[in-house]
Design a protein around this ligand. Structure first.
Ligand SMILES: O=P(O)(O)O[C@H]1O[C@H](CO)[C@@H](O)[C@H]1O
Ligand SMILES: O=c1cc[nH]c(=O)[nH]1
Length: 241
């Protein structure tokens, strides 16, 4: 069956997929694979398949924001993917976790609009424990600052006239903010798949620490390479468990 939006044949999809926002990052991740093949590049969704240390996996970009990403997650699961790992970037809430640090998201605050149209208020967006444990162990092995905990998923990247309660999220213990993890966790839970996420911090989202958004620095590029390695090694661990 041809997935109508990803434009990928379900027969080509393995059970595990790494997903990321940026189609260029999908290509970067796919460079680590053996026997790699590009399956499709439809809209913002660029899809590859290949093997890493003998394990077959897909690498697919989902674009920016939950509604578009949800389409990708839903179609991948419809196509037979049962484990999804997001490899992303996020803004930090803490001076203890500067740009270049990695965060493994164990759960996500649903500060998005998409998941409200899928599940009732109060329903939790949580990672699969096995996936997040494998990601955390693999990330620690890569070195650098690594932390696990709660992340926030927002729809708005640029602010308008409404205050986003970053201070309260931070005071409540959230570590970082990005735009798709809650959708991933809710859709995985709804459809019976398992999911986890790791993000490379690219600066501060906290207004008190605010700095110019620049995800294109060497320190962020190195952190992205570490999170890619961690995700690939987590895939191997999860496939053998
Ligand atoms: O780097 P990615 O995976 O795209 O993740 C983050 O970066 C984008 C914003 O620049 C949003 O998609 C956000 O979630
Ligand atoms: O959504 C995002 C992603 C990266 N950095 C941020 O500050 N926000």
């Amino acid at each position: 069956m041809l997935l109508p939006i990803l434009q990928v044949n379900t027969e080509d999809l393995p059970a595990i997929a790494i997903v990321c926002g940026d189609p260029k990052r999908a290509e970067t991740i796919a460079r680590h694979l053996d026997e790699k093949r590009e399956l499709a590049f439809s809209r913002e969704y660029r899809s590859f398949v290949g093997t890493y240390k003998g394990v077959r996996l897909a690498v697919v970009s989902h674009g920016v924001g939950s509604p578009g990403a949800a389409v990708c997650f839903e179609e991948l699961i419809k196509g037979g993917v049962t484990t999804l790992i997001r490899v992303g970037t996020a803004g930090s809430y803490s001076a203890d976790y500067p740009a270049g640090s990695l965060v493994v998201s164990t759960a996500a605050v649903r500060a998005d609009g998409l998941t409200r149209q899928l599940v009732p208020e109060g329903f939790p967006a949580v990672a699969d424990h096995e996936v997040s444990s494998a990601l955390y162990a693999a990330a620690v092995a890569e070195g650098g600052i690594v932390k696990k905990g709660i992340t926030v998923t927002l729809d708005a990247f640029f602010t308008g006239v409404v205050d986003i309660p970053h201070k309260q999220y931070k005071q409540a213990g959230a570590l970082a903010v990005e735009m798709e993890i809650a959708a991933l966790y809710i859709i995985a839970t709804l459809r019976g798949a398992r999911a986890g996420a790791i993000v490379a911090l690219d600066g501060y989202a906290d207004a008190d620490l605010a700095q110019e958004y620049d995800p294109h620095t060497n320190v962020v590029a190195e952190a992205i390479e570490r999170e890619i390695a961690a995700a690939l090694n987590a895939v191997v661990k999860l496939a053998s468990a």
